[in-house]
Design a protein around this ligand. Structure first.
Ligand code: NAD
Length: 396
């Protein structure tokens, strides 16, 4: 079939297999160009199919020659529907990894469940023995509690008082005022249940009990802080509460794995275009202005640049450069004073009339389309393609 992007609100309901493969190839190309480094041997990535998790998988494989096991929740093509982007990304990743002699296996299912944790442990035991790096990179709108089966839903809302701020519809470029009512106490609790650290702790407990964590293993979860502009809706809002909980889990995990000399860290990454960040009011406008400023200064990075830097200049460099709260920061360039001062100035100036000049809305849009494999160079989008694509390790 000929595959075109189709939208439902902020969500693109189709994905392009050749475009997604091209996207993955570009990321692999970036890592190869940077060169090899001494890194982990056996890596488990939870949330491995898109965004920061996929970039972590690619960096570990092609930068450090690691074996990787990736867990994710993606949809294969069914009938006339395309697969999800993460499915196509993984198919492309595994094919290149296998062709180049790297071990890569994947598990598709609900990472919050006991079943998927058990399946993961069995695969590690059979193929790797133990893992020395566990990356936790889930972003999910809901979570089913594995014991009670209660379903929790996360929301992006301010806490305590309503939020009002400038935002942009990145499809049309139209600036408007977003108004969001504060979360209820229940919504706050549920968001922490979904995006907080409880499931990260459950993963490490399960892996430890199964004796599949190597001595001195490292586990890493990703967080975000962001500037004053987005604080009421992000860091001081429901999702920020979840991030506080995730960050606080570091101590719990460290106590749990003390006898293994294991170490948990949170890495604070830069704001980037993903399906979830596009849906947060204010954030698309902030990111469009941020990209403009960072590109002009020559310090713009995407997921792969961020993660390659995280691995080579922080985790495996011996210089973690932790902040006061013990976190690794690769959002350091985003948060630079000169960058934030310029973004804040543009924020005040930006209107419907000058947005194309002041903001990198085109960059935002390109990145958004690229998430689903659209708008990439060297891809013929008029050509017939087979939407059914196999992930090699899921065929067995
Ligand atoms: P993403 O949406 O691109 O990736 C999420 C991954 O989680 C996918 O692999 C998906 O398949 C998997 N997943 C979701 N629900 C699942 C489930 N129930 N079971 C198994 N897998 C499931 O997200 P992302 O933007 O890369 O975010 C990853 C982490 O990085 C999050 O913690 C996010 O807060 C953090 N982060 C994101 C940004 C940003 O700007 N995007 C910035 C800093 C930190």
């Amino acid at each position: 079939m000929v595959i075109q992007p189709k939208f439902r609100g902020f969500i693109c309901t189709t994905a392009h297999p050749v475009g997604c493969a091209e996207n993955v190839k570009q990321q692999i190309g970036y890592v190869k160009k940077q060169g090899k480094f001494n890194g982990p041997k056996n890596v488990l990535i939870i949330g491995a199919s898109t965004g920061y998790g996929l970039a972590s998988r690619i960096t570990a494989t092609f930068g450090a020659g690691s074996k990787t096991l990736g867990v994710f929740f993606e949809r294969p093509a069914i009938g006339g529907r395309t697969a999800s982007a993460g499915w196509y990304n993984t198919a492309a990743f595994e094919k290149v990894a296998l062709a180049e002699g790297y071990y890569a296996k994947s598990i598709n299912g609900d990472a919050f469940s006991h079943e998927i944790k058990d399946q993961t442990i069995q695969t590690i035991k059979a193929d790797m023995g133990k893992v020395d790096l566990v990356i936790y990179s889930l972003a999910s709108p809901r979570r089913t509690d594995p014991d009670t089966k209660q379903i929790y839903t996360s929301v992006i809302k301010p806490i305590g008082k309503p939020f009002q701020g400038k935002t942009v519809d990145f499809h049309t470029g139209e600036i408007s005022t977003a108004k969001v009512e504060p979360a209820t106490e229940q919504e706050e609790i549920e968001t922490v249940k979904v995006m907080g650290g409880e499931d990260w702790i459950l993963w490490i407990k399960a892996l430890k009990e199964a004796n599949v964590l190597a001595d001195q293993f490292v586990t890493l979860a990703y967080s975000y802080v962001g500037p004053k502009l987005t604080r009421p809706i992000y860091r001081d809002g429901t999702i920020g509460k979840a991030k506080d909980d995730l960050e606080a889990s570091v101590d719990t995990i460290n106590a749990l794995v003390k006898d293994l000399n294991g170490q948990a860290y949170v890495a604070v990454n830069k704001a980037l275009v993903t399906q979830s960040s596009s849906a947060i009011p204010v954030v698309p406008l902030y990111i469009s202005l941020l990209f403009k400023v960072m590109k002009e200064k020559g310090i713009h990075e995407g997921c792969i640049e961020q993660i390659y830097r995280l691995f080579t200049e922080r985790i495996y460099s011996g210089d973690l450069a932790l902040d006061e709260q013990g976190r690794i920061r690769v959002d350091d360039w985003e948060m630079r004073e000169d960058v934030q001062a310029e973004v804040a100035k543009l924020w005040e100036q930006v209107t419907n009339d000058n947005i194309d000049l002041l903001a990198d809305l085109a960059g935002f849009r390109n990145d958004f389309f690229a998430l689903f494999g659209f708008g990439l160079p060297n891809v013929d989008y008029e050509a017939e393609v087979d939407q059914v694509v196999a992930i090699p390790s899921l065929e067995e």
